[in-house]
Design a protein around this ligand. Structure first.
Ligand code: FAD
Ligand code: SF4
Ligand code: SF4
Length: 462
């Protein structure tokens, strides 16, 4: 008998007033009892609309059925057929706009907690199954992967399983891309990412860190001098945007990417870290923007002891961040100044931020994006006393690879142009993830890495 409760099992989580002072994971995961109760809400629908909502078509009813049979490893294997990073996706996928959006249980009540169940299964596997994957015999073909985010890691893993000799070149000193430098520990523990990276190394994937492709060596050199027969570019979209308002060059103005990298990757808040960050305890921070990145920057600032405003030019309804992240931010004491926009940042004689002039906004008719256009209310300017401003306005691909790879076609946003197989305009060079789509999601990047691996295999095994 299915469980006909209209509500999802709640996710146990740390108390908001405790967690807003630490970097430990907020959501604690289902117990076995909760997972079984939630799995019993799935109706095992014949036409399973949830599967169509998942960008990599995880066989959702099949894995949930395995949970009801207490075959958790079996459930993991079902997910793993199509998703390489279940412990990551179960935590950070925007399920409310993907798989869960199409769940029939969501018509009258809440959808099945697919992401929470995926996380339960992946965590069970990680806690109980220790065996390292066996390294397949080499097929003699060499492939280079640029970038170690979800697209690059997935591409490398799929090719290594087929016997390709894969080398991942990563600009930073640690593999994982946004999973390690952007998404904070309290949403995605870094031990999960390092386990994935260790799994790839066990498959024989070489990871060369501190290697900026386009500076140290170019793509053409990888192919012509180092013997790589194909290249996959998964270099992401890490170039931050700014507002170009007066005062953006003051000390105490960060891009969200820089701020989060200092905190997540470099642990700048620890006394023994080589990388500094301005002390935020007792200070006031304004995070400008309304997406997931803005929520992460705001919640990190709060954990460093600041009073935090999120300044966003549209309303609460229009915030692009996941609902869950907004709810968590509100619970943790972040103050939302929606329908506000900064016009100028002021500094003191010491060159540090002292305040920000904002203007109030109202919403007009929908613009090209379909969202109502924010319009300034003339004469409504006011001062917001802040010590630090973090710009979380979006990112685009870094032009370095394009500028050093003759013939590589990009669109007007700087995103690499690919065909339906992920092939770029450069022969033997494939691309995927944020470098192609612009800032998107982990699961889409992972799907693109899978496509890249499949196409490279088809080309090289001819
Ligand atoms: P990335 O993860 O960006 O990895 C690219 C890698 O390439 C980086 O490690 C970079 O250092 C390296 N690189 C770049 N240039 C070079 C070069 N020239 N040579 C060598 N290496 C290079 N998505 C979700 O689904 N859910 C979320 O909750 C979510 N939260 C996010 C929070 C933040 C703060 C950010 C920034 C993004 C978030 N995203 C989220 C988006 C998601 O993380 C990205 O869409 C995804 O990581 C893209 O994967 P990727 O492999 O294309 O690139
Ligand atoms: Fe849902 Fe993401 Fe899992 Fe797909 S990978 S089923 S979208 S949580
Ligand atoms: Fe289960 Fe919902 Fe998918 Fe139906 S739509 S199979 S109830 S998860």
């Amino acid at each position: 008998m299915p469980n006909m409760s209209l509500k999802k099992n709640e996710m146990p989580s740390q108390d908001p007033n405790v967690r807003n002072k630490n970097f430990l994971e907020v959501a604690l995961g289902y117990t076995e009892e909760q997972a079984l109760d939630e799995a019993a809400r799935c109706l095992n629908c014949k036409n399973h609309p949830c599967v169509g909502g998942c960008p990599v078509n995880v066989k959702i009813p099949e894995f949930i059925k395995k949970i009801t049979e207490k075959d958790y490893e079996g459930a993991y294997q079902v997910i793993h057929e199509t998703s390489s990073l279940p412990a990551v996706c179960g935590r950070v996928c925007p399920q409310e706009t993907q798989c869960e959006k199409y769940c029939v249980r969501g018509v009258k009540g809440e959808p099945v907690g697919i992401g929470r169940l995926e996380r339960f299964v992946a965590d069970w596997h990680n806690a109980h199954v220790q065996e390292a994957p066996a390294k397949p015999a080499s097929n003699g073909h060499k492939v280079a992967v640029i970038g170690s985010g979800p697209s690059g890691l997935t591409c490398a893993g799929d090719l290594a399983k087929k016997g390709y000799e894969v080398t991942v070149f990563e600009a930073l000193h640690l593999a994982g891309g946004v999973l390690v430098y952007g998404i904070p520990e309290f949403r995605l523990p870094k031990s999960i990412v390092s386990k994935e990276v260790d799994g790839l190394k066990a498959l024989g994937v070489k990871i060369e860190t501190n290697m900026v492709i386009g500076r140290v060596v170019s793509i053409d050199e990888l192919i012509e001098q180092y013997g790589f027969e194909a290249v996959f570019i998964g270099s992401g979209a890490g170039l931050p945007m700014f507002m170009h308002i007066p005062g953006e060059n003051l000390c105490g103005v960060y891009s969200a990417n820089e701020f989060l990298t200092r905190i997540n990757l470099m642990k700048a808040y620890k006394e023994d870290s080589d990388t500094p960050i301005m002390p935020l305890a007792g200070k006031t921070v304004a995070v400008v923007g309304g997406g997931n990145v803005a929520m992460d920057a705001a919640r990190c600032s709060k954990r460093l002891g600041a009073e935090v405003y999120v300044v966003y030019r549209r309303g609460m309804e229009e915030l692009p961040a996941r609902h869950e992240e907004v709810e968590h931010a509100i619970e943790e004491g972040i103050i939302f100044k929606t329908l506000h926009n900064p016009v100028e940042i002021h500094g003191g004689e010491d060159g540090y931020v002292k305040g920000m002039t904002c203007i109030q906004m109202e919403l007009g008719e929908p613009d090209a994006s379909g969202r109502r256009r924010p319009i300034e209310i003339q004469g409504s300017e006011f001062e917001l006393p802040v010590d630090c401003v973090i710009m979380a306005l979006g990112t685009s691909p870094n032009p370095l690879i394009k500028n050093t790879t003759p013939g590589l076609e990009v669109n007007r946003k700087g995103c690499i142009v690919v065909n339906e197989d992920g092939l770029t305009s450069h022969p033997s060079v494939y691309a995927g993830g944020d470098a192609v789509t612009g800032a998107a999601t982990v699961i889409l990047a992972m799907g693109a890495g899978k496509l890249g691996a499949k196409s490279i295999d088809e080309q090289l095994s001819k």
